[in-house]
Every structure is written in C-alpha cells, then in structure tokens.
Design a protein around this ligand. Sequence first.
Ligand code: C2E
Ligand code: MG
Ligand code: MG
Ligand code: MG
Length: 287
Amino acid sequence: QARKASREPYVQFRTQHREELQRRQRIEEELRRALDTDRSQLEIHYQPIVSTDSGTLVALEALLRWNHPDLGSIPPAEFIPLAEQSTLIDKVGAHVLATACAEVAATPELAQIMLCINASRRELTNGEFLHRLTATCEQTGMNPRSLCLEITESALAPLDGGLLNLLREIRALGIHISLDDFGTGASSLSELYRLPVSILKAARAFVDALEERPSARTILAGIVDVAHAMGVRVIAEGVETAEQAATIAAVRCDLAQGYHYGRPKPLAEIVTEGAASSAPQEVRDDS
Ligand code: C2E
Ligand code: MG
Ligand code: MG
Ligand code: MG
C-alpha cells in the first residue's frame, strides 16, 4: 500500500510528461504539414512601430499566426521554440520572409515603411541565409534598405567570427539588423560596438518595469544615450499605457511598439486604417 502511494506522483509525472511530449510531436507534425500542403493555415500579422515624437508609422513587425483546423489558434510562443529545435524553423522563416516581403512590396502605400522580420539563430547559420535574403528581395521587389531583421541577443550567443561576418554581410546588402528583446538576456552594451546593428529593441519586460522601479527609467535613459552615441536607434516594445508612452518618449526612445499604438493585424487592415486616418482631413478640407 505504502509502496503504491509513493509511486503515484511519479506515475502522474510520467503521464503529464507523455502528454506534453505528444502535444509537441503533434504540433511539429502539423506545422510541417501546414507548410507543405496547406499554407492557408498560416497568416502573417503586422504590428505598427511608430515614431515617439510624431506618432507616424515608421515600420511594421511581421508576426506569424497559425490557425489549425482542429487545434485552433496556436501562439508563436508555443510553436516557434519547437520549430527552432529542428530545421523546421528554416521552412517557417523562409515562408515568413517570402510572404511578408511579397505582401509589403506589393503595397504602394507602404513604400516608405520598414519591414521587420524575426530571424532565429538556426536560420542565420544554415549556410544559405544570405542567398535567401538576396533572392527574396529580387523576387519580391523588396528594397533591402527597407528590410530589418530582428535577432534576439540570446540568438547571437555565442558570437563567433563566422556569425559576426554574416551580420556584416547582411548589413552590406543594405538590410538593417535590430537586437530584439534587449535587456532580457545577457545584455551587454559593451558588445554593441562590435555588432552592425541599426536598432535596439528594449524588451517588454523592461518597459513593464518602468512603473514599479524608478531605476528602470534611469537605466533605459542610459541605454538610449549609449545607443544614440553609436548611431543606433531605440524601439521600446510592449508599450500598453499612455504613461509608458510618455516615459519612453521622455527618455528619448526613437520608436515605440505595443498595444497602446496597435495590435498585430492583417496587412489589409493596416492599409485601410492608414487611409481612414488621413480621410477625415480631406473631408474637412472640402466642407
Ligand atoms: P517578439 O519578436 O519579441 O515579438 C513581440 C511579441 O510581443 C509579439 O508576440 C507581439 O504580439 C507581442 N506584443 C506586442 N505588443 C505588445 C503589448 O503591448 N503587450 C503584450 N503583452 N504583448 C505585446 P507574438 O506575436 O505572440 O510572438 C511571440 C514571439 O514569437 C516573438 O517575440 C518572436 O520571438 C516569435 N515569432 C513570431 N513570429 C515569428 C517568425 O515569423 N519567426 C520567428 N523566428 N519568430 C517569430
Ligand atoms: Mg521581434
Ligand atoms: Mg521582442
Ligand atoms: Mg515587439
């Protein structure tokens, strides 16, 4: 009896573990299937990145959405880390790059807007990434200077010579690089001078801390100063409130992204909203 009881937590653990494993396996299989045979399950949403002083749209971040017919909508936080464990992330990345570039390049209203795309370490190091970038820009008509790759700090560690060279080659194509989720990993401002980055994205966790910890504001102001001294612009991400928006503007963050400005949505909605926001002015002019 005692023996049985003592085994129970273990059995529970094993069952939970097995279910988790099965879910992960299913997700991986289904994602592969979606990419190979039914890409209509995959949709790219775009989130506005605005200038903190004028509020105008400067860039869009492409964020992948997956709606599975049986499993429903699966968040990237679940399927991206899974895909990153295999070469599946290569397929995901190639799909997002090609689709987002094609969609944005085909929209004349967005000619001046920068397109930001997330890239994982495994994609960067697959040996054909540079070629994929040039081929995609050629095929879609995307201007490399309007393209920005978001790479997390953790994806760059360890930063060996090969990877650093690749980043320089990407930059030489005109494509921008931004450091995503800056402030959450092993942030190292001292590494910044080695990296050909144009933009630093202060992580959401960082922006969240602004309200609770006064020191967070001081640190952010310092990061902005260092970034500016190196010609690097700063985006604050995850800005949800007017207070946060005011604070990040006060410490001279150049750009901002978050629910306060707009949620990720299909490109068509972004374009209609852009048209709608300039429409009232025209109506007023006529009357
Ligand atoms: P990320 O690149 O840091 O993207 C920002 C995430 O924060 C997005 O979550 C976005 O929807 C969310 N977000 C934006 N503003 C706010 C806000 O004000 N409040 C809160 N609470 N959240 C906000 P999402 O779309 O779920 O993506 C999660 C992560 O998945 C991304 O983090 C990125 O690392 C990864 N991901 C998404 N799409 C792709 C992709 O196409 N390729 C790769 N490699 N990774 C992707
Ligand atoms: Mg990102
Ligand atoms: Mg981020
Ligand atoms: Mg973001």
